[in-house]
Design a binder for this molecule. Structure first.
Ligand code: GTP
Ligand code: MG
Length: 183
């Protein structure tokens, strides 16, 4: 793992990168660990704001997963937030190996303003995104279906993926989706 706060310190811009975005506490780092099949790879936490840098994880010869700090974390200082915004602008605008963003949202509260802003940000830099609804273990199956339907309708897309890091579910599907960008 390599954590950076300055784009110049990022690992070489090669292979295929997928950035993990989402509100603080949405379950990005837990999802990364499930995707990489290594529970100790990325630090997870009950306290929002655990991830504070851009963290690059090499998960295969060609693929890197890039864990971002969560957005919407109100305790972050103004200076730190400014730094991070600049870093994200630089990263999204210049990174040739960036294939797609994976936008993680708690299935119980999807599509908050900050999520929509992130999607618009992706759109601005022409980076496709994969919407993922996390923590499906927190809802029963009919509530899960309702949430999927609602999000698909609002995004006008049929490609929403549902995961549970607790039950290790949905990650085969997400891995497949990621590999579609690599092939
Ligand atoms: N029940 C349940 N809890 C989850 C799931 N995924 C994550 N959590 C919990 O949610 C909390 C936040 O998870 P993280 O993976 O650290 O979230 P994050 O999005 O990386 O958070 P930041 O780094 O602060 O942006 C932790 O307590 C996790 O154990 C899930 O699928 N089910
Ligand atoms: Mg995290």
């Amino acid at each position: 793992m390599q954590g950076v706060l300055n784009i110049k310190k990022a690992p070489p811009d090669e292979g295929f990168e997928f950035v993990l975005a989402g509100r603080s506490n949405a379950g990005k780092s837990s999802a990364l660990n499930c995707l990489a099949k290594n529970k100790k790879l990325a630090r997870t936490s009950k306290t929002p704001g655990r991830t504070t840098e851009i963290n690059f994880f090499k998960v295969s010869d060609e693929i890197k997963l890039v864990d971002l700090p969560g957005y919407g974390f109100s305790k972050m200082s103004v200076d730190k937030k400014k730094n991070l915004d600049t870093l994200l602008d630089n990263y999204f605008s210049s990174r040739q190996s960036l294939c797609a963003a994976i936008i993680f949202m708690d299935i119980r509260h999807p599509l908050k303003n900050s999520d929509i802003q992130m999607m618009e940000f992706c759109h601005k830099y022409e980076v496709p995104f994969i919407p993922v609804l996390t923590k499906s273990d927190k809802l029963n199956s009919s509530a899960i279906s309702r949430s999927i339907k609602d999000v698909e309708k609002k995004l006008n897309s049929k490609s929403v993926i549902v995961t549970s890091s607790k039950d290790d579910e949905g990650f085969d599907k997400l891995s497949k989706k990621i590999l579609e960008f690599v092939e």
